[in-house]
Design a protein around this ligand. Structure first.
Ligand code: SDX
Length: 428
C-alpha cells in the first residue's frame, strides 16, 4: 500500500492523494484542496499545537502513554542514576553523544571559563527592588547579556555559537545566585571553579562571609539529579518559544530570555512554586477532601498534576519522589510531603483524575526538595531555568541549522469583519 492519504473534498467531489512521511502529512500539502482555483487553499487549525509538529528533532523523545523520556536515546532513569555531573548530560543534549573523558574535561573547562559575569551586571541587578521576583531579575539580566557580547548575533558562525553556549551555561547559575543574594541583601559570592556545577551554585547561594560553606554531598547529588531531570523536554512551551524567537536569527541571549519568560507561567515551570503555595494553603490533612472536591468542581487545578503529553506517571516525578526521601534524611522530614503523598493517593484512585489521565508531573515533588534545601518558593522557576538553558540551546542550534526551517510565521483563521467604511467621530 502506498504511503499516501487519500481525501475527497465533498464540496467539489475532487480526490487528493497526500504523501505520508513519519506518520505525518505536510500541512502545506493541504493547500491544493480548494473550491475555486483562486482560493488560498486549505489549512489545518490547531490551537496550542495540540496535534501539530512544527519541527523534526533528534534531541529528546517522549512517549506520553508509556511514560518514557529519553535524551538522545538514553532513558532519563539511567541518566539520573548513572551520570555523575549535569555538564555530562548538557554535553549529550548539545552534541548528541555522551562525551569521552577528554571531551568532558574540555567542555567542563570551557563552561567554567565563563561562570563570571561582567561587573556591570552587578550594577544592573542593583536596580531591582529588594522584593523583585527572582525570575524577573533572571530574565532581564539574561537579556542584558546580549549587550555585552555583540558577536553573539553571528549565529551562523560555529565558533561564535559555541562560545555563547559556553557563556550561557556557565553564567545562568551565577546570575541566578546573584538574584537570590540581591533579594536577601547579601553580598555576591563569586563562582568557584574547583566545585561541581551544582556545588558551585550552592556555594554562591549560601556561603556567608569568609567561612567555608560545606556542601552536603546528598544535597549536591540531589541538585545534580534535579538539573539532569529538568534539562530538556522536547517541544514544551518554553522550548517552542526558544525555537520561534531563534527563527528570527536574533542572538541566543534574547532567545533564552524569551524562553525563560514562557517557563515562568504557572501552567509551565512556575508550577513547582504553585504546588508549594497550594500545599501551604491546604495546611492540614483534614482539608484534603474539600480540596479534591473543589478541583473536581473545576474551582481550582491540582498544581503539579496533569501534563499535555504524559497520560501516565511522569518518569521524572518517580525519580524525584525517591530523591525526596534521601534529602529529607538530611534536612528532616517536610510535613508537606505527607500532604502531597495523600493528595497523590486520592487523585490516583479518583475517577475524575483517572478519566482525565492526570498524574503527578515533574513539578509535584521538586518544590518540596528545593524548600527542604532552604531555597525560597519564588526561586523555584529560576532553578528550573538553570538546567533547561542547556535544552533550549540544543533546540535553538538544531533549529537554526535545519535547512527545512524558516522564520516562524503561523497563519490564522480570520473571523473578523472586512472592508468597513470610516465613520467620523461625531457620527459614531
Ligand atoms: C511542565 O510541556 C512540558 O513538557 C512541560 C514540562 C517540561 O518539562 O517542560 O513537563 C514542565 O510544565 C509540567 C506541567 C506543570 N503544570 C502544572 O502542574 C499546572 C497544572 N496542570 C495543568 O494546568 C495541565 O495539566 C497542563 C497545563 C499541564 C496540561 O494541560 P492541557 O494538556 O492543556 O490539558 P487540559 O488543560 O486540556 O486538561 C484536560 C482536562 C481538563 O478537564 P475537562 O475540561 O476535560 O473537564 O484535565 C483537567 C482540565 O480541567 N486538568 C486538571 C489538571 N490538569 C488538567 N484538572 C485538575 N488539576 C489539574 N492539574
Amino acid at each position: 500500500m502506498p504511503d499516501t492519504l487519500s481525501v475527497t473534498d465533498n464540496r467539489t467531489g475532487k480526490k487528493y492523494d497526500i504523501a505520508i512521511e513519519n506518520d505525518t502529512i505536510r500541512a502545506s500539502d493541504l493547500r491544493q484542496i480548494r473550491v475555486k482555483d483562486d482560493d488560498f487553499g486549505m489549512m489545518s487549525y490547531d490551537p496550542a499545537f495540540m496535534n501539530t509538529a512544527p519541527v523534526k528533532s533528534r534531541i529528546t523523545f517522549i512517549d506520553g502513554d508509556k511514560g518514557i523520556l529519553e535524551y538522545r536515546g538514553y532513558p532519563i532513569e539511567r541518566l539520573a542514576e548513572k551520570s555523575t555531573s549535569f555538564l555530562e548530560v548538557a554535553y549529550l543534549l548539545i552534541h548528541g553523544d555522551l562525551p569521552k573523558e577528554n571531551q568532558l574535561e574540555e567542555w567542563r573547562t570551557n563552561v567554567k571559563m565563563h561562570t563570571f559575569v561582567h561587573e556591570n551586571i552587578k550594577k544592573l541587578m542593583e536596580g531591582f527592588r529588594y522584593d523583585a521576583h527572582p525570575m524577573g531579575m533572571f530574565i532581564s539580566t539574561i537579556s542584558a547579556l546580549s549587550t555585552f557580547y555583540p558577536e553573539a548575533k553571528e549565529i551562523m558562525d560555529p565558533d561564535a555559537r559555541r562560545k555563547q553556549i559556553h557563556r550561557l551555561i556557565g553564567k545562568v547559575p551565577t546570575i541566578a545566585a546573584f538574584a537570590y543574594r540581591h533579594s536577601k541583601g547579601l553580598p555576591y559570592v563569586y563562582p568557584s571553579n574547583d566545585l561541581t556545577y551544582a556545588g558551585n551554585f550552592l556555594n554562591m547561594m549560601f556561603k556567608i562571609g569568609d567561612s567555608k560553606y560545606t556542601i552536603h554531598p546528598t544535597l549536591e547529588h540531589a541538585l545534580t539529579v534535579l538539573y539532569i531531570l529538568h534539562a530538556d523536554h522536547e517541544q514544551n512551551c518554553s522550548t517552542n518559544t526558544m525555537r520561534s524567537i531563534g527563527s528570527s536569527y536574533v542572538d541566543p541571549y534574547s532567545s533564552v530570555a524569551g524562553a525563560a519568560a514562557a517557563l515562568w507561567g504557572p501552567l509551565h515551570g512556575g508550577a513547582n512554586e504553585a504546588v508549594l503555595r497550594m500545599l501551604d494553603e491546604i495546611g492540614s490533612m483534614d482539608r484534603v477532601p474539600s480540596v479534591i472536591k473543589d478541583v473536581k468542581e473545576g474551582k481550582m487545578k491540582l498544581m503539579g498534576f496533569g501534563h499535555r503529553v504524559y497520560k501516565n506517571y511522569d518518569p521524572r516525578a518517580r525519580v524525584i519522589k525517591k530523591l525526596a526521601d534521601d534529602v529529607f534524611e538530611v534536612t528532616g522530614k517536610n510535613k508537606k510531603l505527607d500532604l502531597a503523598l495523600e493528595l497523590e493517593r486520592i487523585a490516583l484512585e479518583d475517577d475524575y483524575f483517572v478519566k482525565r489521565k492526570l498524574y503527578p508531573n515533574v513539578d509535584f515533588y521538586s518544590g518540596l526538595i528545593y524548600e527542604a534545601m532552604g531555597i525560597p518558593m519564588d526561586f523555584f522557576p529560576v532553578l528550573f531555568a538553570i538546567p533547561r538553558t542547556a535544552g533550549w540551546l540544543a533546540h535553538w542550534q538544531e533549529h537554526i541549522l535545519d535547512p527545512e526551517q524558516k522564520i516562524a510565521r503561523p497563519r490564522q483563521v480570520y473571523l473578523g469583519q472586512r472592508g468597513r467604511t470610516w465613520i467620523q467621530i461625531d457620527k459614531r
